[in-house]
Design a protein around this ligand. Sequence first.
Ligand code: FMN
Length: 366
Amino acid sequence: MKKKDHSSRRNFLKLSSLAGLGLSTTIFSSYKSEQLKETKKEIGKLNESSKRLLKLFNLKYPFFQAAPGGEKLAIAVANAGCMGSIQLAWKKPEDAYEIIKRLNNETKGNYYANYVLHRGTKSLDKALEAGCKNFQFSWGTPEKSIVDKIRNAEGTLGIQVTSPLNTKKALEHSPDFLICQGIEAGGHVQGTSYVKDILHEIIETAGSVPVLVSGGISTGHDIRNVINMGAAGAVMGTRLIATIESDISDFYRQKLVEAQENSTVYTNCFSDKWNAMTRVLRNSTFLNWEAAGCPLLGNKPGEGDVIGKKENGKDIYRYSTAGPFEGATGNLEAMIMYAGKGVDKINDIPSAAELLERLCKEFENR
Ligand SMILES: Cc1cc2nc3c(=O)[nH]c(=O)nc-3n(C[C@H](O)[C@H](O)[C@H](O)COP(=O)(O)O)c2cc1C
């Protein structure tokens, strides 16, 4: 099993600066000007589909943030010339409005709002009103009325797909891009196949619509591989939340750095109202549940225990899908920690700009 080098001075400095300073905006701002300088350089060796994607969103790199990470990360990613992302399905309409206003002030608009359709789209009207232009949906295909609202506002549309059949359904809305999520992905996993087994067929079905790959991508080499397979770009969740600007706790960050090749599991151990498969780090809650024979809801060990609190003071129960995000307190180790299969390649906690520059160099093989 691969061992990570935790003794490196670089790694130590990153983690200790996190422990001492938290997510200071000073760190964030000092990186921002460097990111802007970096965006002057050009990227080569791209397929036609990637070029179309870059042009559509005025990007420097075909690298997309996945839904998680929060506002500061979305701004940092966008200002590094990539596509930022913001989860809006859980937000109140008035909060979504303020978030979009801030994102539009701080970026050139190269970010998208993510909606998990199981959760609804109650903040979408306010997001549109605030000037959000790019929308992406997962776990279903949006209704025509939603698509019409986005098109009437001259917005763009992305849809997460996992099979040729749901790709065909998504194409009925003439999306601007598709995201092919594989079973390698961290978080709630809509994907049912490994990327390598499904991507080719999805790209063929999609025709001229750019398809990005999501799941297990941590390095520029990973991105190069999927682009060589015909994808237009890559979407990163786990790699990008292991950065200074993301909205997760330092404990969770450290666990992502420590994770090895076999550290994630695709499981139905954790569930609440949203009863879906997840890919997560193996933690004590998972190990005790597995040791008990993977019992069903109602018979899980320690079910109903309050193991901590969210930042807003609400209880977090064992097996809940609420993780140790920023501000969570209690037994953080026992909480769900979403992570994709590429987590073993995460060895540090850089700023988003530093990470994206590194990914670009690896992508270019420099
Ligand atoms: C912490 C976390 C939260 C996530 N939340 C969402 C979400 O709100 N909406 C969504 O469509 N996908 C969500 N995902 C899945 C990502 O969009 C993406 O498919 C996944 O992160 C890609 O795999 P990777 O983590 O290996 O890069 C989440 C993933 C993680 C790791």
